[in-house]
Ligand binder design. Structure first.
Ligand code: PRP
Length: 182
């Protein structure tokens, strides 16, 4: 039987630590948005799926949910971080929505920088971002998420939604893969 846990070198963030991190992020969002009318969490598939579903259940304020899916152009000759929208919000324009984009990871910053301006241009009342993990050392564009679960060093991490070649997303913790598995 294939066992993904055998590919893990070490656990960087345990299940119980993730739980605490999610609660803290939810608390900050609640404090900031308590008086807002229409709040929409927009999860960016696929990586954010697990964080998104845990975060929404820790929020004790009414929120709607939605999803987008994007991909970056892999060609490094394309500068300015063009982002391909594969799945867009199925809403007729935006107006009263206070959007919080939910991500598993901010790396170069290109995806979220693009999405924030894309959704602002569509007319959202406000757009902020919440990420479980942030690698500020990898930034290629200026971008600061408003809500960060935990900053980490530049290590390749998997689990809790994050993948390597589409594997490991279902592991309940954030782990580091054995180098020989990459
Ligand atoms: C990851 C992550 C973010 C993006 C961050 O997604 O979920 O969406 O990369 O990188 P950036 O800051 O350099 O733009 P990925 O493209 O791996 O797709 P996935 O969510 O489907 O795993």
């Amino acid at each position: 039987m294939i066992d993904w846990t055998e590919d893990i070198e070490s656990i960087l963030i345990s299940e119980s630590e993730i739980k605490e991190i999610v609660k803290l992020v939810a608390k900050k969002i609640e404090d900031d948005y308590r008086n807002e009318e229409k709040i929409v969490l927009v999860g960016v598939l696929k990586g954010s799926a697990v964080f998104m579903t845990d975060l929404m259940r820790q929020l004790h304020i009414p929120v709607e949910i939605d999803f987008m899916r994007v991909s970056s152009y892999g060609d490094s000759s394309v500068s300015s971080g063009n982002v391909n929208i594969i799945l867009d919000l199925n809403r007729r324009g935006l107006g009263s929505e206070n959007i919080i984009i939910v991500e598993d990871m901010v790396d170069s910053g290109r995806t979220l920088k693009y999405l924030v301006s894309y959704l602002k241009n569509k007319g959202a009342k406000s757009v902020r971002t919440a990420t479980l993990l942030d690698k500020p050392g990898r930034r290629e564009v200026e971008f600061t998420p408003e809500y960060v679960g935990k900053q980490i060093e530049n290590k390749f991490v998997i689990g809790y939604g994050l993948d390597y070649a589409e594997k490991y997303r279902t592991l309940p913790y954030i782990g580091i893969i054995k180098p020989e598995k990459i």
